[in-house]
Design a protein around this ligand. Structure first.
Ligand code: GTR
Length: 389
């Protein structure tokens, strides 16, 4: 699914292109709108109680739709257990989740991987692109021993279980939205991204059940379309302690204006079901957007936000991901969190630019998640107060 992106690779156009990264530097021609200009807030409290909910409502109406409400009941039952993963360093519990609402029900499974012999200090909720049985064998995407050895629990659901990742009416009809009534498979108000974001909230709840509860912070991590989702989930849900967007690009961490690679026209043509139809109005008109993706990330403040890119991932546009991470600092500063300095330059590959609050790095290589990414993620979590090994 990701191979096509190499054909969109762009080559440096300016002599000062980031050293060795193959990434052109671009200065946005039109100004990126600061969120505080549209939703002024004198201080952190005013931002939090007044501006932020309005910004979230705005983003729901213009691109992501609303995250579904909690159903009447959520039943979580353990259905499996394995103690001997990764030479005994990791154990796994699998669960069946049954959601019920107005006489309808929806069922799927989740897995939680925990350290066997290291105290749990934090958890990461991560939606995955696979089926659950593959997670044990994805050592780059999910390096279970590395996470467990650091004191991190990993909780995961397959995104297709909440909303099949296909542009068909059938997919929407079979999605989590079916819990709430007879929805039309064509009703684009009900988006995949908000359905998946709901999945992050369920993972949070799963981590509060008696067997999994550990009393520490829960972060969310997601790659690409699930990075867009993780940002949306955490922006809405204050229970999450931090978020990692891995190469989430268009509709995620990247500023839309003057973006290389994927743009609104391309994304809504291929993935109309990810977004509400309102976004279609901005095809070829990114400069007229009343918002940009710095608004989304501002809603995460003051919680730690890590934005990551890859040098060969021009489709996502690393420099616009960096720009959004930098501009989100506008709201972090209301909370006394400095963020990335306004004059900070795009960092060289594999040189994390981490501040308490906001972090960014561009890894050498292609669009994926590697063990190396997790090492950076763990470093960023530590910098942000997590007592990990
Ligand atoms: C691509 C899509 C991107 C990104 C990616 C992925 O095809 O254009 O926006 O989400 O898929 O999820 O891997």
């Amino acid at each position: 699914m990701h191979d096509r992106r190499t054909s969109f690779r762009i080559t440096p156009t300016a002599p000062d292109a980031a050293a060795g990264a193959g990434i052109p530097k671009r200065t946005p021609a039109s100004e990126v709108p600061p969120v505080l200009r549209s939703f002024p807030a004198a201080d952190a409290l005013e931002w939090y109680v007044s501006a932020r909910p309005q910004v979230l409502g705005f983003l729901a109406e213009h691109q992501y739709g609303f995250i579904p409400p909690r159903p009447e009941t959520i039943r979580i039952v353990q259905v499996g257990r394995r103690r001997n993963l990764c030479d005994g360093r990791v154990h796994r519990r699998t669960y069946q989740l049954t959601l019920e609402n107005a006489g309808r029900s929806f069922t799927f499974q989740a897995a939680v991987y925990s350290p066997a012999d290291v105290p749990v200090k934090a958890a990461v909720a991560s939606l995955n692109f696979y089926t659950l049985d593959r997670i044990d064998n994805e050592p780059e995407r999910y390096p279970l021993a590395l996470l467990a050895g650091s004191g991190i629990k990993l909780a995961t659901i397959s995104h297709n279980d909440l909303f099949p990742d296909r542009p068909t009416a059938e997919a929407r009809k079979n999605s989590i939205y079916s819990l709430y009534g007879n929805i039309s498979g064509r009703d684009r108000r009900f988006t995949a991204i908000s359905a998946w974001a709901f999945g992050y909230q369920l993972l949070y709840e799963l981590l509060q059940t008696p067997r999994e509860r550990f009393g520490g912070p829960v972060w969310a991590q997601g790659h690409s379309r699930l990075g867009k989702t993780a940002l949306w989930a955490v922006a809405n849900d204050p229970r999450f302690a931090g978020v990692v967007s891995n190469q989430s690009g268009c509709g995620g961490a990247a500023i839309y204006r003057d973006k290389g690679g994927e743009d609104i026209d391309r994304i809504v043509a291929r993935f109309p079901y990810w977004f509400v139809p309102e976004l279609d109005k901005y095809r070829f008109r990114e400069n007229e957007l009343p918002w940009d993706q710095n608004w989304l990330m501002a809603c995460i403040a003051p919680r730690p936000l890590l934005v990551t890119s890859a040098t060969e991932d021009a489709w996502a546009c690393p420099e616009n991901e960096f720009l959004a991470a930098k501009l989100a600092g506008e709201v972090y500063r209301l909370f006394g969190v400095r963020g990335i300095a306004a004059n900070a330059k795009f960092p060289a590959p594999d040189r994390p630019l981490f501040t308490p609050g906001i972090g960014y790095y561009v890894r050498t290589g292609r669009h994926t998640v590697l063990r190396e990414d997790w090492r950076h993620i763990i470093d960023f979590m530590k910098l942000n107060g997590m007592d990990l090994k």
